[in-house]
Design a protein around this ligand. Structure first.
Ligand code: MN
Length: 497
């Protein structure tokens, strides 16, 4: 477990004295609150809080988020109250901790159909209400996945599946490639142990020669770049992630010879101009494979990823990928949304695209674009990376929508102010028509109750009931429910008054 100083030193840009003070107070408070509690792995519970905070510090986050990360389980798992957190750490920290606790409701239980999974991801973001809550949840899940071995098998599978279906896509949308890749590999290990072992074996068999020629290329390139007076920040080898290799092998008839980026050399440079110059130097020394030069700097990937990629014939004619990028691009690829604020803004950054591109992405509502604008504005004013900046990251692009659970655990999206009747008609016309009552979170509730994010809604129907009640038209809020009620009544010859 990291000491407080070790934790603080994980950050590239040092914390101010005031920020250090806040984090150190949270560290001590959480340690005392969890005193005597153990994890299933046998470790002190507090080690989980520190591990969660460490991931956040590495992402460059501010002291409020890191403090809330340290305290994230105090409200749910100890006798610490929200009022106490508010008194000791301010309402921002208390609000975030509360948000993290609320999110434990969002679990994968229902249908695994793309449509419902997508709704579940949206519900997760809507209930988080603040991007810092999402980042803490991701960091929390990352450590839980690292210690998953300590749980019983059934629980392991459920959590691994949930991580793969909710947390991985959200990390991907936020552009946090580092965390996404690590979570995916951890899930892979539990969800498909046979293939996981097969991939490990395959990697091991090819490891020694691969390492040898990667090291050789690194040595040569360091020398050549120095000769040409190109200052590089770093040159290192990177291994392809297990799950990523598995997916790629599936697309290439399981033939490892066809995977060109099994080994890669990564060159990190100060400027974009240096990147293109370095590319020239690489090609001067190693023949490139035709058609494999990719310029993701001019044409970034949909999630914002930028780099130059080229595939070369290395020593002994072995094929090797070289990735060339600036330090900023590197941090953005690893830490996504968080890293953007460490650096000056670049024109054309598109938050909407970053968050919502994908084949199942919904049409982008205007308020989402508004959120993006606000982000940019705030960043300009506060300089980014500061605590004030992160305070502004509220997720309100779903503010006119709510997400509720069916008894099976599927997530249904509805407009704000929807009632159980709107819900019933959204699920099925017959359920609406035969409806006699509704339970919200297990409690009998009136049919005109206003539903809230995360509610579990159960509709009670009767076989003998065939027609909807005309009075429902006074309070239903969706056009869908209105139309269906009217149509059913009309068909039955009921005059609507
Ligand atoms: Mn936790």
């Amino acid at each position: 477990m990291l000491t407080l100083d070790e934790l603080l030193n994980l950050r590239k840009i040092p914390y101010s004295e005031e920020q250090k003070k806040r984090i150190s107070k949270a560290y001590e408070f959480a340690r005392q609150a969890h005193q005597g509690q153990k994890r299933a792995s046998g470790e002190d519970y507090f080690s989980h809080c520190v591990a969660t905070a460490a991931t956040l510090v590495k992402m460059g986050l501010g002291s409020i988020t890191v403090s809330a990360g340290l305290l994230h389980d105090t409200y749910e798992d100890t006798d610490v109250s929200l009022a106490e957190l508010k008194k000791e750490f301010g309402k921002e920290v208390a609000f975030i901790v509360e948000g993290v606790s609320k999110l434990s409701k969002v679990q994968l239980k229902g249908s695994q159909e793309e449509y419902y999974l997508n709704n579940l991801q949206k519900m997760f973001l809507a209930m988080a209400a603040d991007i810092r809550v999402v980042l803490i949840k991701l960091a929390d899940r990352y450590h839980n996945m690292q210690t998953l071995y300590a749980l019983p098998k059934e629980k392991r599978l459920r959590i691994a599946k949930e991580t793969m279906e909710i947390f991985v896509p959200i990390a991907n949308r936020l552009g946090i490639g580092e965390l996404k890749g690590k979570l995916e590999d951890l899930c892979f290990q539990y969800l498909d142990p046979e293939n996981y072992q097969r991939i490990l074996k395959l990697e091991k068999e090819t490891y020694a020669p691969r390492k040898k020629y990667v090291d050789e290329v690194i040595k040569t390139l360091k020398k050549k770049l120095k000769e040409e007076n190109i200052n590089f920040v770093d040159i290192h080898g990177r291994a392809k992630r297990h799950y990523s290799l598995f997916k790629k092998l599936q697309r290439h008839d399981n033939n490892i010879e066809k995977i060109y980026d099994l080994a890669a050399v990564r060159i990190i440079l100060p400027t974009v101009a240096d990147c293109y110059e370095a590319l020239g130097i690489v090609h001067k020394n190693y023949r490139p494979l035709i058609g494999r030069i990719k310029d993701y700097i001019s044409l970034p990937k949909p999630n914002g990823y930028k780099s130059l990629h080229t595939t070369i014939f290395g020593p002994q004619g072995k094929i090797l990928e070289v990735q060339i990028r600036t330090e900023k691009m590197h941090d953005e690829a690893e830490y996504g949304i968080a890293a953007h604020w460490i650096y000056d803004r670049q024109k054309g950054m598109n938050w909407r695209r970053l968050l919502f591109q994908g084949k199942h992405s919904p049409k982008v509502p205007a308020e989402e674009i508004e959120w993006v604008k606000q982000l940019k504005e705030w960043h300009k004013q506060t300089g980014g990376g500061s605590d004030e900046f992160w305070q502004s990251l509220k997720i309100d692009f779903f503010k006119n929508h709510i997400f509720v659970f069916t008894p099976k655990g599927d997530v249904i999206e509805l407009p704000e102010n929807s009632t159980p009747v709107d819900f019933a008609y959204k699920v099925h016309t017959e359920i609406g028509n035969r409806m006699t009552g509704a339970k919200i979170n297990g409690k009998m509730s009136s049919l005109d109750s206003i539903l809230k994010n995360g509610d579990l809604v159960e509709i009670i129907t009767s076989k003998n009931k065939k027609l909807p009640n005309q009075d429902w038209l006074k309070f239903v809020c969706t056009a869908n429910a209105k139309d269906k009620i009217k149509n059913t009544l009309r068909k039955a010859g009921v005059k609507i008054v």
